[in-house]
Design a protein around this ligand. Sequence first.
Ligand SMILES: [Fe+2]
Ligand SMILES: [Fe+2]
Length: 209
Amino acid sequence: MDFLDHAILSVDNALRTLSGQSRGSGRPNPAAEEPDSLLRPWERRRAGRMMRVNHAGEVMAQALYTGQEAGSKDAELRAALRRARSEEEDHLRWCEERLQELHSRPSLLGPFWYATAWGMGFAAARRGRGSNLGLVVAVENLVEEHLKEHLQDLPLEDERSRRILEQMESDEVGHAEKAEELGAEPLPLPLRLAMQGLSKMMTRGALWI
Ligand SMILES: [Fe+2]
Ligand SMILES: [Fe+2]
């Protein structure tokens, strides 16, 4: 029964994530009040490529959190992972909306990003609560660093993308802090290296593919 529950959770999340049917916590898009003042076509294309990377990152966040929940038997931890995942769904939806506004598209490698990140989340969860939470901290710290870079590199006038990334950054910091509070332990080296490798592959690959 457990196995079946986890399989349904994972397949349902994968399908919703990859088909743009995320529900989320219902928070409004933080860019809603911001006029779209990014006018130059080449800058819209550049911002579109950057938002595609951020969108792919959020696809991976869905997969990681789902894999981590599926691989854990700890009810308190699973509830915490679910709460963070619902905020990540907001991020996914906001990135989707911005991609559409910029006439860009999600990465064609979405299923690959999803499958590899799910495997990594599941593997960390099987190592126990400390590693499971350790993965949250390691991933969220990496995402925070990446978002800081994107906030600097975005075209100056792109306030709409900037509002979204700022809210995401603040949420990611909160997710890492919560995981620390709940007892995160440093991630074993092989998992840390795999996570860093996958993140590099994604931030480069999703720019173009
Ligand atoms: Fe996120
Ligand atoms: Fe997060």
